[in-house]
Design a protein around this ligand. Structure first.
Ligand code: NAD
Length: 328
């Protein structure tokens, strides 16, 4: 099968390309960045999703499209770029796809289409009202609508996957990484909160900063530890390929992610043990991060079974951190 994978240089897309090529599929990658790979059966289009000429070239001959690329940012200054990449980019890609009529589209949406931290009920399932609270979350909701419009108007069966927060295990204990740096490491978190203009959070974090590297256990203003799903990229790839290959997935929408959420009060001491870094507990202003999302539908309908618990991810992250330290 000839499969277009967008976001092919990214965390999840690059692993999907690896798996498809290993299966002997023909793959086109489409990304702003080159993945720097040259393998038999692989063709690459480097360009922006909202560039019609690049999108036309990318969808050429596609029998399936995995639209996994997007721009992720929560900075107000990036909202324009978020909407251009994720909304206009998806619209233009789908306009081109309508002329090619692939047999299936799989779209990477996000749990941020829900009001994850102020849900109407927990666990959040696919019937929960969509009420995004960020420009990024709204861009994914609009992306979903564009995908469904394409399904109705061009007759292309589509599957929407609302992705959990996802990381490569090796990123978890890397203070320079985009997600884990500001989530778990004190000084990167201070810099992130400064960029967001959250003065009260900055003050609370700085109060425990003695200038040496440390991990931070984030809790809300009432001392409730943060809780969220953190899914390993490899489990996400399994779910994406199940959605691609299953007839039952046509027209369906699924939450895709780890079964159990990660309680920071459990995970951070394990991270401290794995790194030898001190752990600081900080109560941040507001209600904080606290949610649980159900993956029951994709498990029941497609047989999705995630393999990577947070404990397994931390063990692999510790080995990756040690290897980085050794390499200098
Ligand atoms: P990533 O940032 O590693 O990869 C995204 C890729 O998209 C990048 O390689 C980037 O260059 C490319 N891209 C961005 N804007 C583009 C544009 N305008 N034109 C062409 N390419 C563009 O992200 P990831 O973690 O691999 O995420 C994959 C998908 O999953 C994305 O759609 C993301 O929104 C979604 N998602 C991710 C998470 C997560 O926690 N990682 C959570 C929910 C949803």
């Amino acid at each position: 099968m000839a499969i277009l994978v967008t976001g092919s240089a990214g965390r999840i897309g690059s692993r999907v390309v690896d798996r498809l090529l290993a299966e002997g599929q023909t793959v086109t990658g489409f990304d702003l960045r080159s993945a720097g790979r040259s393998q038999p059966g692989y063709r690459e289009i480097v360009g922006a999703f909202d560039d019609p000429a690049a999108a036309r070239e990318a969808v050429k001959d596609a029998e399936a499209i995995l639209h996994l690329g997007a721009f992720m940012s929560w900075l107000t200054a990036d909202a324009d770029k978020v909407f251009r990449a994720n909304v206009d980019g998806t619209r233009i890609l789908m306009e081109e796809a309508a002329g090619v009529k692939p047999a299936r589209i799989v779209f990477a949406s996000s749990g941020e289409v829900y009001p994850e931290n102020v849900p109407d009920y927990l666990p959040v399932d696919e019937n929960h009202p969509l009420k995004p609270r960020s420009a990024y979350g709204l861009s994914k909701q609009l992306g979903e609508e564009i995908i469904r419009l394409t399904e109705r108007s061009a007759g292309i069966p589509a599957t929407i996957l609302r992705f959990s927060h996802t990381q490569d295990a090796a990123e978890l204990l890397d203070e320079t990484s985009f997600f884990s740096g500001p989530r778990f490491f004190l000084q990167p978190k201070i810099r992130q909160q400064e960029a967001f203009g959250n003065a009260a959070a900055v003050a609370a974090l700085k109060a425990v900063d003695d200038g040496t590297p440390a991990l931070v256990l984030s809790r809300n203003e009432n001392g409730r530890p943060f809780r969220m799903h953190i899914t390993d990229s490899r489990d996400m790839v399994d779910g994406i390929l199940l959605a691609l290959k299953s007839e039952k997935a046509a027209g369906r929408t699924y939450n895709l992610g780890a079964t159990a959420p990660v309680d920071f009060a459990d995970a951070l001491p394990l991270m401290a043990q794995a790194t030898g870094l001190p752990l600081k507990t900080v109560d941040l202003p507001g209600s904080g991060v606290f949610y649980e999302t159900s993956n029951a539908r994709i498990r029941a309908e497609l047989g999705f079974e995630p393999q990577w618990t947070i404990e397994r991810m931390i063990a692999e992250a510790a080995a990756a951190r040690a290897a980085r330290a050794k390499a200098g």
